[in-house]
Design a protein around this ligand. Structure first.
Ligand SMILES: C[S@@+](CC[C@H](N)C(=O)[O-])C[C@H]1O[C@@H](n2cnc3c(N)ncnc32)[C@H](O)[C@@H]1O
Length: 353
């Protein structure tokens, strides 16, 4: 199959950042192309100059390197005039032309109010259409490809595929999480999503262990601390505000009234987590200081992005971290993602090796 374009999903309002990101990733491999994106649409198209080699494109451009894109797809065809009376026949014909089988199929829409209105249509359409695909032997659990039908309306659809290993496993690229009833704030979902989407299962087991120690800078009321306590860690919560009483009753939290930019632990800890609302470079310098000073081995933190040049700012922070850690010969892994539960911010995890 020769893709018409690559399709990237994002949070509405972050099309510019997603476009900058795919342009940078493709330019690094001399893939030339142009962008089609509408503000607040929740998706971006990257149109590479033909001829396009799908296998090569997929090998060079890695979803795990993407910060702002929630999903990374290849579009085989865009249909704008699906007949109301029979959508199945033309869709099946277009899908068969790809000469592929699919591990699974996702019925999706942009993450916009318009998109939400289409969710009941997608639900109704999904069962008969999946049966139609099965009848044509197009579903094959061994296939490395997933089929995505991305509906802009009940008659307009992007027929797309993603390689399972090089895409988000979540429908619409969104990890749905239930708010834990006893967590003190909704922020808790940011750290939970960060751990569950950025770290693979082995990393979650290796790096989030019973009895580990952590410092939470800007901890109140305790949503992030709750995630660490829930993983049986011992946490020092640094803030001048008040922590949630029930969380303190766990006996795993020590409350310290101090300035998060000045506090340092007496003994090194495993994790530093930080959700203080401050300029991103200020936070970046602080985290780098903890890592290079040996005060922690792992860090999870938020970079708030209220400015216009959000993509450039994230790149500057990433570059600063790289220069600092490299100058101390420290090997590390960094994950940065604009999570579903992030708004004007991105979440980062750094693991020292
Ligand atoms: C967004 S809230 C943190 C929410 C928290 N992560 C949660 O899940 O409940 C930011 C917190 O940082 C604290 N903060 C801001 N500047 C600080 C500083 N210099 N030192 C310590 N805490 C600070 C604020 O008091 C506030 O409680």
């Amino acid at each position: 199959m020769t893709p018409v374009c690559s399709l990237l999903y994002c949070r509405p309002g972050f099309e510019k950042e997603t476009a900058s990101e795919i342009m940078q990733l493709t330019q690094a491999h001399n893939i030339i192309g142009y962008i089609k994106a509408k503000p607040d649409s929740g998706y971006v198209g990257f149109y590479p100059t033909p001829p396009v080699d799908l296998a090569e494109f997929n090998r060079l451009i890695k979803y795990e390197k993407m910060i702002f894109a929630r999903q990374f797809l290849f579009v085989s065809e865009i249909i704008n005039n699906l007949p109301v009376k029979d959508r199945v026949t033309p869709l099946l014909a277009a899908i068969q032309k790809m000469e592929l089988t699919f591990n699974n199929i996702f019925f999706e829409t942009p993450d916009t109010n318009e998109g939400k209105k289409l969710s009941s249509f997608c639900k109704k359409f999904s069962t008969p259409f999946t049966i139609a695909l099965e009848r044509k032997n197009l579903i094959n659990k061994k296939s490395e490809w997933r089929l995505h039908l991305f509906f802009l309306s009940s008659s307009a659809v992007y027929i797309s595929i993603s390689q399972i290993e090089n895409s988000s496993p979540e429908i619409m690229g969104i990890k749905r999480l239930h708010f834990p009833k006893t967590a003190p704030s909704r922020s808790t979902l940011k750290l939970e999503e960060a751990f569950k989407t950025m770290l693979n299962e082995k990393e979650q087991n290796d790096y989030l262990k019973n009895g580990m120690t952590a410092v939470d800078l800007g901890a109140c009321p305790g949503g992030w601390t709750w995630q660490l306590v829930n993983r049986s860690m011992l946490v020092s919560a640094i803030d001048n505000g008040a922590m949630d009483k029930a969380l303190m009753e766990s006996g795993q939290v020590k409350e310290i009234k101090a300035d998060g930019f000045k506090y340092l632990p007496e003994k090194p800890v495993d994790w530093l987590v930080c959700d203080m609302v401050e300029r991103p470079m200020h936070i970046t310098r602080l985290i780098s200081k903890w890592l290079t000073g040996g005060h922690c081995k792992y860090a999870a933190f938020n970079l708030k992005l209220p400015m216009k040049k959000r993509y450039d700012m994230v790149m500057d922070c990433k570059e600063y971290i790289s220069q600092e850690l490299n100058s101390f010969n420290i090997s590390y892994k960094i994950y940065i993602k604009h999570l579903y539960h992030d708004r004007e911010e991105v979440t980062c995890i750094i693991l020292l090796k």
